[in-house]
Design a protein around this ligand. Structure first.
Ligand code: PAF
Length: 280
């Protein structure tokens, strides 16, 4: 596995892969890899001869009061895990190399990024779509792999690819969960053992919503109330939102269409912001 830090060196390595007829699969990450990331790398490896993983803590997707400075950085360990999962290349540019000085160009999706996390993290998705567009331009992958845990990010990237004609297939992978049901996230390592236990209220609320739909409930407000009631059983959670939404447009719905409606939750536990969702 090669660890590459600059755009010209990456382009050269990828030219060789393409000349050898290899399909390129791409997994963009901010590092601090967990089993959720590795599942993406493994799927990418099954479907492509050459897998590129980017490790780049992207400053433009963090708000001024957010955790950019303290975001966990575990680069050596990440590289070991990428190699074991079958990656051919880790691309890890510095911010100074990747963003041009006084960079002034943004890529912004403006429909699915409204509401939900878009309300609570202004500018976040603009930073994500901009950096993913930059990464797609340098990697030029055949396929790129994203987790469903970040449902709104996935929606924004799908729209960006569609609207701007990026020749990339977007592959979504199911959320990978800890043994206690909490969705895997690099930010889980901020949680104390008590908070990690308290966080189980989130998957429990999703499950309550799912069960109601399985038992025939189709009214979104009723399902939302059930999920909220479960969340409220854990007083340590500070809720940002719990919404029943269309899984593609991410807009709130009044009636549930099984397989096309999702419930999405964001909350703080102490200083840690957690998100999760599931299809109903
Ligand atoms: O999901 C993430 O880790 C990041 O938002 C991404 C897609 C790597 C862009 O920085």
């Amino acid at each position: 596995m090669q660890v590459i830090k600059t755009v010209p060196a990456l382009r050269q390595a990828l030219q060789q892969a393409r000349q050898a007829g290899q399909a390129v699969g791409f997994v963009p990450t901010m590092g601090c890899l967990h089993a959720g990331h590795l599942a993406l790398v493994q799927q990418a490896r099954q479907e492509n001869a050459c897998v590129v993983v980017s490790i780049f803590v992207n400053p433009t997707q963090f708000g001024p009061q957010e955790d950019f400075a303290k975001y966990p950085r575990t680069f050596e360990d990440d590289c070991v895990q990428c190699q074991a999962a079958g990656a051919a290349i880790v691309f890890a540019p510095t911010t100074e190399d990747f963003y041009a000085p006084q960079s002034s160009t943004w890529v912004e999706e403006t429909f699915v990024t409204q509401g939900l996390c878009g309300t609570f993290r202004p500018g976040h998705f603009r930073g994500v779509t901009t950096v993913v567009a930059m990464l797609f331009n340098v990697v030029q992958p055949d396929a790129a792999y994203f987790g469903r845990k970040d449902l709104q990010q996935l929606g924004a990237i799908k729209r960006m690819v569609r609207d701007l004609h990026f020749p990339v297939k977007i592959v979504a992978h199911d959320t990978v969960r800890e043994a206690n049901g909490v969705a895997m996230s690099s930010r889980n390592r901020y949680l104390s053992p008590t908070e990690f236990q308290q966080a189980t209220a989130i998957p429990a609320a999703l499950q309550a919503a799912q069960q109601a739909v399985q038992h025939g409930e189709r009214e979104a407000t009723k399902v939302q109330q059930l999920a909220l009631a479960r969340l409220q059983q854990e007083p340590a959670l500070q809720l940002q939102y719990c919404e029943v939404i269309d899984a593609d447009t991410l807009r709130p719905v009044t009636t549930i269409t099984p397989g096309h409606t999702a419930v999405a939750i964001a909350c703080y536990l102490g200083k840690t912001r957690l998100i999760d969702n599931c299809l109903l």
